[in-house]
Design a protein around this ligand. Structure first.
Ligand code: NAI
Length: 303
């Protein structure tokens, strides 16, 4: 198979000063992309910040390997910050072809102890951050009729996880946002997909044993990001679990369900059909809301 390259492509990777973002940036640059390495250099809970060292170090690494990169230190969590990130790419390289929304923070705490600030901060960085930077590059991608956006969710969002109500909500919001961007961008050549990674980083170092982390290097995740950022990738709105060489599509599916006659429907009939309602045999994934509504309508019309 021909090598996947990004020559003449301009990429932005948010939160690229360390962990997964650094690895995505190195991968894209090593295959010819000009990369904007964004990171505000904050701590894991989003406090602190304002440091340029993290992004600068990755830019230096890329340049030392013969690649092209520019640093940006803005936060993704404000619209002004996102616009400045896009401007860095346009000023340096004239366009944006690829956006990897990777920046993230954690404020893990059980729901009964969670403060409104814990909720707001996590949602601002993940949900608003992903939306802000996507919106800041959207017009440029539309004009150029080309774009590859890769967003970052988490198993905690897809499946839930104790102590992560704020993070789970934010990460699932990113999936919904990406599905609709995939639909809206398709006519203009913009593909938008999502990864649910598992990798060694400062986020996982304290919760996973070192022998397992050694098998979960960030570059294994970046391989999928490389494919999703490539011209050849035609999927859009999809989500992929990825880590340690494992790559797998994740989908929201709907069971065939039942159609209870509306002149009789009541809680008891729902209870009687509970087994069939929950049976995922023959469940389907849909490309958009209309397709899903179609299955419900077909059942109602007796089709
Ligand atoms: P990390 O903490 O090493 O990387 C996150 C980066 O984002 C940091 O360098 C941080 O400075 C930057 N950042 C934080 N807030 C920012 C903001 N407002 N603007 C710009 N940059 C900001 O952690 P890791 O593991 O590399 O995480 C990357 C992404 O992957 C995150 O979205 C995370 O939620 C997600 N993820 C990671 C998993 C893993 O196993 N490591 C599992 C599931 C999801």
């Amino acid at each position: 198979m021909a090598e996947i390259r990004f020559d003449d492509r301009v990429a932005i990777v948010t939160g690229a000063g360390g962990g997964l973002g650094r690895s995505h940036a190195l991968m894209l640059a090593s295959r010819g992309a000009k990369v904007v390495v964004n990171d505000l250099g904050g701590s894991m809970d989003g406090s602190g910040g304002g440091g340029s060292a993290a992004a600068d170090k990755v830019v230096d690494e890329i340049k030392a390997a013969g690649g092209e990169a520019t640093a940006n230190y803005n936060g993704v969590d404000t619209w002004e910050g996102a616009q400045a990130i896009a401007k860095t790419a346009i000023d340096a390289y004239g366009k944006v072809d690829i956006l990897v929304n990777n920046a993230g923070i954690l404020r893990d705490i059980s729901f009964h102890k969670m403060t409104m600030e814990d909720w707001d901060k996590v949602n601002q960085v993940h949900v608003n951050g992903t939306m802000n930077v996507s919106k800041a590059v959207w017009e440029n991608m539309r004009e150029n009729r080309y774009g590859r956006i890769v967003n970052t969710t988490s198993a905690a969002g897809l499946y839930g996880n104790f102590g992560q109500a704020n993070y789970s909500a934010a990460k699932m919001a990113i999936v919904g946002l990406s599905k609709t961007l995939g639909i809206e961008g398709d006519k203009r050549g913009i593909k938008c997909n999502v990864i649910a990674p598992i990798a060694k980083s400062r986020m996982t170092e304290t919760v996973m044993p070192p022998d397992i982390l050694g098998k979960l290097l960030p570059e294994y995740v970046s391989a999928l990001v490389g494919y999703l950022c490539s011209e050849g990738c035609q999927e859009t709105g999809e989500t992929y679990a990825v880590g340690g060489g494992y790559v797998s599509r994740v989908a929201v599916v709907e069971a065939p369900g039942v159609a209870i006659p509306v002149d009789k429907i009541n809680p008891e009939l729902v209870a009687e059909d509970w087994g069939k309602i929950n049976d995922l045999t023959g469940a389907k994934a849909f490309n958009n809301a209309m397709e899903a509504a179609g299955q419900a309508m077909k059942a109602v019309m007796g089709g």
